[in-house]
Design a protein around this ligand. Structure first.
Ligand SMILES: Nc1ncnc2c1ncn2[C@@H]1O[C@H](COP(=O)(O)OP(=O)(O)OP(=O)(O)O)[C@@H](O)[C@H]1O
Ligand SMILES: [Mg+2]
Length: 261
């Protein structure tokens, strides 16, 4: 049943029976997904299983062949592009699989883009940007061009840009894919910590089980569908209880969970 209003007890973002094909390739065959305010959910699955496709559908960047996407309890997928784009700007943040920051701009200029685009004044935008860079440990890199910082610093800049306008949900596609393990884990801790601190939910697409350990919950995609049986077998658990929303409390501390749930 589709949600009708938004609160801590309703999903902030959800997909219902999502189907998407490219030509004769059925990529998603009816996927259900939901995420609650402040929750971190890992979407796992092998290469080509449709993780990026699902993320792009949830973010209104792609339109499903059938099925529905709701953001804040309102239908997103059937809105015209101008409305979807406004929703993306105000309510969503993206960390893309192949990076999309502008190398010629400085770190701060890249990060403050969503704020400038949503009408925040220059002074306030820079203040908020520097605070977020500080939160992520790269304030000292603010005035360097993106082409002059390390891969790990650039990845933190991408995380900062996704979070700076305090979106409801960040959609992160393999946010540590190009980093070595240690740098990747630090970037991930920064992402999850900063998101939890402002109650931003995170959809974390990854094929890496160590990355999924940072999530509150994980979802496994296989053959175009959510595979709960294999998920439970891999996790060594009995069939999972139905998904319940997290308690509507203050944001949790950014700690790494001990194991799968
Ligand atoms: N624009 C497109 N046109 C045609 N086929 C596409 C397109 N985008 C994705 N596909 C196909 O859809 C399937 C799912 O792609 P998707 O990018 O969602 O996978 P993924 O799980 O994100 O993989 P990876 O882990 O490699 O990033 C793949 O078989 C891919 O080749
Ligand atoms: Mg992908």
């Amino acid at each position: 049943m589709a949600p009708s209003s938004s609160s801590q007890n309703n999903p902030i973002l959800s997909g219902h029976n999502l189907k998407k094909s490219y030509g004769s390739t059925k990529v998603l065959k009816g996927v259900d997904f939901e995420i609650y305010p402040g929750e971190v959910v890992a979407v796992m699955g092998k290469s080509g299983s449709g993780k990026s496709t699902l993320l792009h559908l949830l973010g209104g960047l792609l339109t499903p062949d059938s099925g529905e996407v709701y953001l804040d309890g309102n239908r997103l997928d059937n809105q015209k592009e101008s409305i979807r784009s406004k929703q993306r700007l105000n309510r969503l943040g993206f960390v893309f699989q192949f990076g999309d920051l502008v190398p010629e701009l400085t770190v701060a200029e890249n990060v403050e883009l969503p704020l400038r685009l949503n009408g925040t004044g220059a002074t306030k935008a820079r203040q908020q940007t520097l605070a977020m860079l500080d939160r992520l440990g790269i304030k000292d890199q603010a005035d360097k061009r993106l082409s002059e910082v390390s891969g790990g610093q650039a990845q933190r800049a991408a995380v900062a840009r996704a979070l700076v306008h305090q979106p409801a949900v960040v959609l992160a596609d393999e946010p540590t894919g190009s980093l070595d393990q240690t740098t990747g884990e630090l970037a991930l801790e920064a992402l999850v910590g900063a998101a939890k601190a402002q109650n931003t939910a995170v959809v974390l697409v990854t094929h890496d089980i160590t990355v999924a350990a940072y999530a509150d919950r994980d979802v496994l995609l296989r053959d175009g569908a959510v595979d709960t049986e294999l998920h439970d077998a891999l996790a060594g658990t009995a069939p999972a209880a139905p998904a319940t929303p997290p308690a509507p409390t203050s944001p949790a501390a950014p700690t790494k969970p001990e194991g799968q749930n």
